[in-house]
Design a protein around this ligand. Sequence first.
Ligand SMILES: Cc1ncc(COP(=O)(O)O)c(C=O)c1O
Length: 368
Amino acid sequence: MKIDFANINKQYHYLEKRIKKRLNEVLASSQFILGKEVSELEEKLKEFCNAQYSITVSSGTDALLISLLSIGISPGDEVITPVFTFIATAEVVSLLGAKPVFVDIEKETFNINHKLIEEKITEKTKAIIPVSLFGQIPEIDEINKIAKKYNLTVIEDGAQSFGAEYKGEKSCNLTDIGCTSFFPAKPLGCYGDGGAIFTNNEELYIKMKALRVHGQTERYNHKYIGINGRMDTLQAAILLEKLNIFSEEIEKRNNVANKYIAKLKNCPELTLPKIKNNRLSTWAQFSILTSKRELLKKYLNQNGIPTAVHYPIPLHLQECFKYLGYRKGDFPVAEKIANEILSIPINPYLEDNEIDYICNCIINFFEK
Ligand SMILES: Cc1ncc(COP(=O)(O)O)c(C=O)c1O
């Protein structure tokens, strides 16, 4: 059997007619930049997560960058991020000349350990970027409480969690600013790069909208130093069709995850992902832990099952962050998880016989 990791192609065939129709409409209109599909999508996205304002952008990375620009992050500032995440979360902080300050993670959820945040706050700290890793929102109430106490801005990096819930509230609408990514393999993905920003703060919204177009407030009138961070109309058109089936797809991802958990729960030497109470995950990844990671990965690959390692090197050990002066051993939980984590295929289009096959292969590996 040959398993597909994300089944992007299968989803495309399911939506093909509707997507082509949408794309043809854009092609016929020639409104490739900020066409009507962009504002239509922004309306639908903000309705989806109950936020007052939404701005589509060119990627999840640019969503984070624009957010940090909007609150004036600049050299000398410090921004707290988890040490175990995709590089973009902290990269944007460094790009602005500010300093990313890392915090270790919880071993059960792989999310930032909120109990370790306060000790990292200094008079230079301006913001916290919690990441909703693999689709699960972290302890956001606790994080917001800490931020309030020290007057910090919270920006949720919801690149992997658009559609996730925390106590019934949607990801990207839980903090001062929420960012997401529509990279093709994300739970809601477009056919190139894309992202979105959400806020309930009108002032920030107006500023971020300007920052997306070179800091322009009126044509050729530039109030801020900004970027070219717009989403293409073609990508917006694709997302409009995908958004129609997105809630259904989140349910299907949860069904796949539940089946994995039921079948693998008695497998020794394997730790399964845990979702806390009061959360709905989008299951951007289904990541298991085993000390035999490399051997399992090879075995699954030989049996037609693709896997991925999210992430093999925590941020403090990345070459680009050497200048921050961290050392091996500084973040023991993240380091252990980076050595043991393995993501197995999860997507709404996995069939029951494929789930059975994947689980049986994993069970066979450990019984061998
Ligand atoms: C946690 C996290 N943050 C930020 C990003 C950046 O998103 P993008 O690839 O759309 O720039 C990603 C996606 O790759 C991500 O997983």
